[in-house]
Design a protein around this ligand. Structure first.
Ligand code: 3HC
Length: 311
């Protein structure tokens, strides 16, 4: 019985149909979507922290306004994605508890410190650039609510990348010290940005099944390669050197060859031992606790409304 339910389900996937919350789905399909969508949402919310540090330190009102808008967008993306995860039968409280307990992952990239203003440019350009590469592919994902969330989110991401690139363009056309600050920043963010795409396909336990279910439309290595190919010419325009001596255009492959990622560092950060993991989690837990009164007030108001309607 379940066998042919699964076959019918796979036929829908192969037929490029969107799966909606009330449709029958294999338990594993549900579980892997809760896993990925919730971790995506956690990444958006934790991702607000490195940039939040720089709002009061922005060099101009224009830069401050753009940064504020970007951070606000990230928060909205997180809420959007939490709602998509909830359609699979998990509550917001459970999702938040999984993040705060350290059980749930979020993108490794947000465990690195943003130490200069140039980092605001590099994060917009590289981190949001990598996120766009990944999220454009996810617009075609088979689960309806996730795919539709991606369409909305991708529209806002391109502004995030543009404002970051513009910050770097200004610095690279500025004083030698400003250019050096931009070079120092790409030296620190280049490799962690490549790690955002996940382990090599051969070391990725989820990719094979996720591709079959069209959760993943492109593999980790395919997206990473596309990101490098697109980003190297942009670095050349900035006049910045990418910190990879093995980076070289391969005419035969029509792609850039690049050096080996430090997978030891990657897994250390994923396991919670990155430069800022502890800080990021405690910031999130503090913010959640400090926000308890808002949730209580909203509940009290909702109850009052409900009582009024009953009378
Ligand atoms: N950071 C933390 N954990 C990572 C990771 C990373 N960069 N890359 C992989 N992992 C984890 C995976 O979650 C998985 O662990 P799990 O099974 O416990 O979830 C394990 O490492 C093995 O990796 P897989 O490749 O097998 O896992 P996936 O198939 O899930 O692929 C992924 C990883 C490509 C990140 C995929 O989950 C994905 O596309 N997620 C949605 C996009 C996303 O979360 N992007 C993060 C950044 S969002 C962002 O940057 C916001 C922007 O506005 C700035």
């Amino acid at each position: 019985e379940v066998k042919n339910l699964e076959q019918m389900f796979q036929a829908r996937i192969d037929n490029d149909e969107k799966i909606e919350p009330k449709d029958w789905m294999p338990e594993k399909y549900r579980k892997t979507h809760i896993r990925q969508i919730s971790q995506h949402a956690h990444s958006e919310v934790v991702g607000m922290l490195p940039e939040g540090n720089w709002i009061t330190r922005a060099p101009s009102l224009r830069r401050k306004v753009a940064l504020l808008a970007k951070i606000q967008d990230e928060g909205g993306h997180g809420l959007y994605l939490y709602s998509a995860a909830e359609t699979l039968g998990i509550s917001r409280d459970e999702l938040i508890a999984q993040l705060h307990s350290g059980e749930a992952k979020y993108s490794s990239i947000f465990n690195y410190p943003a130490v200069t203003w140039a980092d605001m440019g590099t994060i917009g350009w590289l981190v949001d650039g990598a996120a766009i590469m990944n999220q454009v592919a996810l617009m075609g994902t088979s689960y309806g609510p996730y795919s539709r969330a991606m369409v909305r989110i991708c529209k806002e991401e391109s502004f995030h990348q543009r404002q970051g690139y513009e910050i770097l363009l200004t610095l690279c056309n500025g004083t030698p010290e400003q250019k050096a600050m931009a070079q120092d920043s790409i030296n620190r963010w280049w490799w962690p940005s490549l790690m955002m795409f996940g382990p090599r396909d051969a070391d990725s336990p989820n990719t094979e099944q996720s591709v079959k279910w069209k959760l993943k439309r492109k593999t980790n290595d395919e997206l990473r390669q596309a990101f490098v190919d697109q980003t190297v010419p942009q670095a050349n325009i900035l006049g910045l050197t990418i910190p990879d001596p093995k980076l070289k255009w391969n005419e035969e492959r029509k792609h850039y060859d690049f050096g080996e990622i430090d997978w030891e560092e990657f897994w250390q950060v994923v396991k919670g031992h990155g430069p800022c993991n502890k800080q990021r989690l405690s910031d999130r837990i503090n913010a959640h606790e400090k926000g308890q009164w808002v949730r209580d007030a909203a509940m009290a108001y909702a109850e009052k409304q409900a009582n009024k309607e009953e009378k």
